[in-house]
Write a protein that binds this ligand. Structure first.
Ligand code: SAM
Length: 492
């Protein structure tokens, strides 16, 4: 029962976030967050596995449960239903959709209650499948939502701050002896040596690397390939001092450190100032830099970077990583949640349309509202992103700033670059977009020229638009081997 009780709390939390109309973060993050918040004893991975499946089947489970009458006959105590709707849903899920097709608990009244409805539930499921013309409901949920929503490659980088790179390469080679020439050829057990980022490797997502000693000892770090671009583009050395303006959980911070710190134990001077507004996330950042072996060279500041990082206090800072909060539209998991949000219908409406095969298609007004909501959200995000980069640009001795997002929306990417390039202060400070030749030139997918053309075409200078777009990097989710990403470098 403990498992169902814990999973019910988490499901309740996920529903609440969903009801707010926007779920920030992936389902996995949400589940792990709430397991922590409620101090649950059950294994979060187990809770996630069940919830991931239950959430996918939720629209169908709700229909089957409603038709079976299981929600109408719940016994009451002092006028209140004795069993929670969500606990019943989790149990119905296990009974109808889990591999074992059984409720994993001892003989308790709630189990007896669900089993009393077993044949009704089954027959309603059969009717629903007939109505939807599928043999199995997995045909409706698998490909479009979940499989497309997983990274095609797990990227791992060697952390030179914790190991001898060549020795670690040999160990990796031992574990993954079959090398493939292209990341798209990766199968379980094989490995791809990345051509853009040094000491970065792609393995199959099914290959469990987190139980390997190399991972446990911080010798290798899991980090998406595109997310490694900013530190590589900035490419600071031991003479630089860097600010990471929005640092937690710290992947880019520790990657940046790996370019700057030669011998961490012998040279404990502060080389990176990491800012993080969220105190909880700052704790994770602290843990990450310790695991990565660079905590002595990084000073964490908890607070708003645009307010507490005063340019006159950081006269020695030469470079910036600016990776602010964004819509996260390029991240897996979130896409899945977004697709559910799109499909989500308000219950009354669903009830009204009961029996209608097209009921999951939102009407035009709803679509319009969603588009307007997204526009407002993107506009807020992009003005915040603009402010953060502009603040970084005000530091007197900064020479290079790498701005990045894991968004696929031009509003948060090229258009932030355009707004900065048009800003009088930014012009006065002398900032320009660095050319393609300095920004991983061999990476084929660059910024969107049409975004720059909308603003700069009137200057009669189409090559300027090509140059600006060429200075930007884009990565598409999945088809470029990982998350959707954007990066640009400003220099002076
Ligand atoms: C996209 S995440 C950064 C990810 C990180 N760069 C990495 O690679 O691991 C953005 C972070 O910026 C933090 N943040 C948002 N606004 C901030 C601000 N004004 N000052 C400092 N940190 C901020 C958020 O709390 C969040 O942790």
């Amino acid at each position: 029962m403990e498992f169902y009780r814990d999973a019910t709390w988490v499901l309740e939390f996920v529903e609440q976030e969903d009801a707010k109309g926007r779920i920030s973060g992936s389902l996995q993050t949400l589940v792990f967050q709430s397991c922590k918040r409620y101090k649950l004893k059950c294994n979060p991975k187990h809770v996630y596995a069940v919830l991931d499946s239950c959430w996918k089947y939720k629209p169908y489970l709700e229909k089957v449960m409603k038709k079976s009458g299981i929600l109408d006959e719940i016994p009451k105590r002092k006028g209140k239903p004795m069993y929670s709707r969500l606990t019943l849903m989790l149990m119905c899920h296990d009974l109808l959709f889990s591999k074992a097709k059984r409720i994993q608990m001892g003989k308790l009244p709630i189990k007896t209650y669900v089993l009393k409805h077993k044949s009704r539930l089954h027959s309603e499921l059969v009717k629903l499948k007939l109505k939807l013309k599928v043999k199995n409901l997995s045909e409706l949920v698998s490909n479009a939502d979940s499989e497309n929503d997983m990274t095609p490659v797990r990227w791992i980088r060697i952390n030179p701050l914790r190991c001898d790179v060549e020795a670690t390469k040999l160990e990796i080679q031992k574990k993954f002896p079959t090398r493939v020439e292209n990341w798209s050829d990766i199968v379980p057990g094989s490995i791809y040596y990345d051509e853009y980022i040094p000491n970065l490797f792609g393995i199959h997502p099914q290959d469990k690397i987190t139980s390997h000693n190399l991972y446990k000892q911080g010798k290798i770090i899991i980090q998406d390939r595109a997310s490694c671009f900013p530190a590589h583009i900035l490419h600071p050395d031991e003479n630089d001092v860097v600010i990471d303006g929005c640092a937690a959980p710290g992947n880019k911070t520790t990657h940046t450190a790996s370019y700057m710190i030669k011998e961490p134990s012998k040279d404990p001077k502060i080389q990176i100032y990491a800012f993080e507004k969220n105190p909880e996330r700052a704790k994770i950042l602290d843990k990450m830099i310790k695991v990565a072996g660079c905590s002595k060279n990084i000073k964490i500041n908890v607070g708003d970077f645009t307010k507490i990082a005063l340019p006159e206090k950081y006269k020695d800072v030469t470079g910036f990583i600016v990776d602010p909060s964004c819509s996260g539209s390029g991240i897996f998991g979130r896409k899945f949640i977004d697709s559910l949000n799109r499909k989500k219908m308000n219950k009354d409406e669903a009830d009204k349309k009961e029996g209608d095969e097209e009921e999951e298609v939102p009407d035009e007004q709803e679509e319009y509202n969603k588009r307007e909501d997204l526009k407002t959200r993107l506009s807020k995000l992009s003005s915040f992103q603009f402010q953060v980069v502009k603040h970084a640009m005000s530091f007197p001795n900064a020479k290079k700033i790498v701005y990045s997002t894991c968004s696929i929306h031009a509003e948060e990417n090229e258009r932030v670059v355009i707004d900065l390039m048009l800003d009088s202060k930014v012009k006065q400070w002398g900032w320009k977009v660095a050319p393609r030749s300095k920004v991983i030139p061999t990476w084929p997918r660059r910024g969107k020229v049409e975004e720059f053309e909308e603003v700069f075409r009137e200057d009669g200078n189409s090559s300027k638009c090509e140059e600006l777009a060429g200075g930007c990097i884009r990565a598409l989710p999945r088809s470029d081997g990982g998350i959707g990403f954007f990066a640009v470098c400003f220099e002076r």
